[in-house]
Each structure stands twice: as structure tokens, then as C-alpha cells.
Design a protein around this ligand. Structure first.
Ligand SMILES: CCCCNCC(=O)NCCc1ccc(S(N)(=O)=O)cc1
Ligand SMILES: [Zn+2]
Length: 261
């Protein structure tokens, strides 16, 4: 039977004015991770993380989140192993969070939201010449996702939090150096992994997601500091940077693998 033309207009998301699901998208992110449906894969290797804190460059507010960017001109801050077939270079990390602690993460676990989620973005420098090229390729990117939960103050995060007032407005940037983001990654080696996409434009289906099972703990003041940032530039009417997470996307024909039993 011929397929009925889909005449329904794609719903637009207030934050990105782009379709919630891209036409023909079969591996979109984020997704709900149903723990009992994930499949243990004994061939998954441990993830090897080697970051050089001197590759840290600056923090900037890009109007979606705040990003900490790294010098990715050489293999100095890299990950290898896990589900990956190549070595991937760290380009940046950023967060997604909610207006209140009941939601904020992009991925959910058994439909539970965390108040925030950290994304460490890496690109396949073995096979591609630049991040921009890798963004367009199915095995171009690897993003480590770490859930944040409300609990004890995180000392490593505090150095970041202390810098946020300087990047309150969109398109502001400050120098930020000597930061080792491995302090934000739980020591527990357990993770889920699946084939997905960027969760903001250009939404390309180029990401191998590696979602850590264990969250890190941050305190209320640290979450509140994220919520003092603005989507808007200096001089515009202020809009608080909150709820910068994409809605859940259909799993479609995908399996989430776990590195643990
Ligand atoms: C739209 C212009 C693109 C220009 N080129 C820059 C670019 O492609 N940037 C994409 C950056 C990005 C977006 C989303 C994630 S997430 N949240 O999935 O980890 C990670 C990284
Ligand atoms: Zn992200």
C-alpha cells in the first residue's frame, strides 16, 4: 500500500524552533533507557579516559548551554575503548538542566529524570580531519553522558560554578584553564551505550552515546547557579537559561547495551 502523505505539521520545540524529530530520523537522541531491556555485552571494553588539564581553553555561553572548550589540535585529551573502535578527542563539555530539580536531564532511566546531565563531546580524529567533518559521520562523535543528582557539594564542579557569573549572557566567554573534567566522571566503570544523535541542531545521527550508570552528586546551590545563566544577550529582555533539554525520542530499531550485568 502506498504510504499516506504525512500532512501533519511537525511540532516545533520552543527552544530550537526546529522539528522535535528530524524527518527520516531513525537514531535520534535523547531516549529513555529501560534498564531491564538493556542487553549485557561481555565484549564491551572498559572506557579509557586520558585528559590533559592544560588543553582546557575557555568557558562560553552559546545561548543553549555553557560550554567548556578544549584544544583538540592533537591527541592530548582522548578516550578509547568501551564501544569505540577508534581514539576520540575531547572537544567540549556542557550541561542540560531544568528549572526545578524534578527534571532537567536529557536521557532518563526507567523514565526517571535527573535534575541535570553532563555531556563530554569527543570526535573521531583517526578517521576525520576535524570536528565539523566528524559531526556529519555515523561514527564521528562519542559523547559521555553523566547524570547529576542532588546531594553533597561537588568540589570539582565548584571551580566551574564560580566562573558562571562571567558568562551570564549569550555569546560571552572567559578564559578557563587547568581543569581536568575526569573529576566530573564517576569512578564506577558501568555504562550503557547506544547509537544516537546530537540533541541540538544540527541533530545529526553521528553520536555513539556512552551513558554512565552512576550519577555524580551536586548540591542545590550548584544547580541554582546553572539557573542564573541567561539564554539572552546583554541588553535583551532576560530569559533564564533553564529546561534546555530535548524531549525524549523514539527508540525505533535500537538496542541499548550495558557494560555490566
Ligand atoms: C547549527 C550549527 C552547527 C555548526 N557546527 C557546529 C556543530 O555542529 N555543533 C554541534 C555541537 C553539539 C550539539 C549537541 C551536542 S549533544 N547535546 O548532543 O551532546 C554536542 C555537540
Ligand atoms: Zn548535550
Amino acid at each position: 500500500a502506498c504510504s499516506r502523505k504525512n500532512t501533519r505539521k511537525a511540532a516545533l520545540h520552543p527552544l530550537w524552533q526546529s522539528p522535535l524529530t528530524i524527518p527520516g530520523g531513525t537514531r535520534q537522541s535523547p531516549i529513555n533507557i529501560q534498564w531491564r531491556d538493556s542487553v549485557y555485552d561481555p565484549f564491551l571494553k572498559p572506557l579509557k579516559i586520558s585528559y590533559d588539564p592544560t588543553t582546557c581553553l575557555h568557558i562560553w555561553n552559546n545561548g543553549y548551554s555553557f560550554l567548556v572548550e578544549f584544544d583538540d589540535s592533537a591527541d592530548r585529551s582522548t578516550i578509547v575503548g568501551g564501544p569505540l573502535e577508534n581514539k576520540y578527542r575531547l572537544k567540549q563539555f556542557h550541561f542540560h538542566w531544568g528549572a526545578i530539580n524534578d527534571w532537567g536531564s536529557e536521557h532518563t532511566v526507567d523514565s526517571k529524570f535527573y535534575p541535570a546531565e553532563l555531556h563530554l563531546v569527543h570526535w573521531n580524529a583517526v578517521e576525520y580531519p576535524s570536528f565539523e567533518e566528524a559531526v556529519m559521520e555515523g561514527n564521528g562523535l562519542a559523547v559521555i553522558g553523566v547524570f547529576l543528582k542532588l546531594g553533597a557539594r561537588h568540589e570539582g564542579l565548584q571551580t566551574l560554578v564560580d566562573a558562571l557569573p562571567a558568562v551570564r549572557h549569550k555569546d560571552t566567554v572567559i578564559e578557563f584553564d587547568d581543569f581536568d573534567p575526569s573529576c566530573l566522571i564517576p569512578s564506577c566503570p558501568d555504562y550503557w551505550t547506544y547509537a544516537g544523535s546530537l540533541t541540538t541542531p544540527p541533530l545529526t545521527e553521528s553520536v555513539t552515546w556512552i551513558i554512565k550508570k552512576k550519577p555524580i552528586e551536586v548540591d542545590e546551590d550548584q544547580l541554582e547557579a546553572f539557573r542564573t545563566l541567561l539564554f539572552t544577550s546583554d541588553g535583551e529582555e532576560e530569559r533564564r537559561m533553564v529546561d534546555n533539554f530535548r524531549p525524549l525520542q523514539p527508540l525505533m530499531n535500537r538496542t541499548v547495551r550495558s557494560s555490566f550485568r
